[in-house]
Design a protein around this ligand. Structure first.
Ligand SMILES: [Zn+2]
Ligand SMILES: [Zn+2]
Length: 173
């Protein structure tokens, strides 16, 4: 039995990090979240020449694998890209049920810093699944991050405007 949101570790990602992430999803979205068994990153997404996976390859896999979940968010240790971009921190159906986050560029020797980054990117991609776009507010979790410094600079919460959009989307959720 899965919660409204299922967090899916990929490959050798330590699933224990996803328990505080699940607590953060409950705190910020008001949605119960559970942690699934690990899955292998989809080989069809691997671009061996660049040593990266295409982020979009994860989304249909997650949607199909967890049909009972309202949202399925994969968290993978592999580095992700999308055509035209050197890398992406994550990708989501906008709106939709599936999202993926890569921790490859979020790693930090301080475990709390690492966890904060994973939580922010998870909230950000989940926000996209509820139809939210990028936000210019410096501290809003929906602010676009092009570097890990920009991830550190923003918060894990929604600004009032994004919060209102999220609440409206959650009502019809
Ligand atoms: Zn985004
Ligand atoms: Zn915002």
């Amino acid at each position: 039995m899965h919660g409204a949101v299922v967090l899916v570790p990929f490959d050798d990602l330590d699933p224990r990090i996803l328990h505080p992430v699940a607590a953060g999803v409950l705190e910020v979205f008001g949605l119960p979240a559970t942690v699934a068994e690990p899955l292998p990153s989809p080989l069809e997404g691997l671009e061996a020449a660049r040593g990266q996976y295409r982020a979009a390859a994860f989304l249909p896999l997650l949607a199909a694998r967890f049909p009972e979940a309202r949202r399925a968010v994969g968290v993978t240790p592999v580095d992700l890209f999308e055509p035209g971009l050197n890398f992406v921190f994550g990708l989501a159906e906008r709106p939709g049920r599936a999202a993926v986050v890569s921790v490859a560029r979020l790693v930090h020797p301080d475990g709390r810093r690492f966890l904060a980054r994973v939580m922010k990117e998870t909230h950000h991609e989940l926000g996209h699944t509820f139809g939210l776009d990028h936000c210019p507010e410096p501290t809003c979790v929906m602010r676009f991050s092009n570097s890990v410094e920009e991830v550190d600079a923003k918060g894990r919460f929604f600004c009032p405007r994004c919060r209102a959009k999220l609440e409206a989307a959650l009502e019809v959720f």
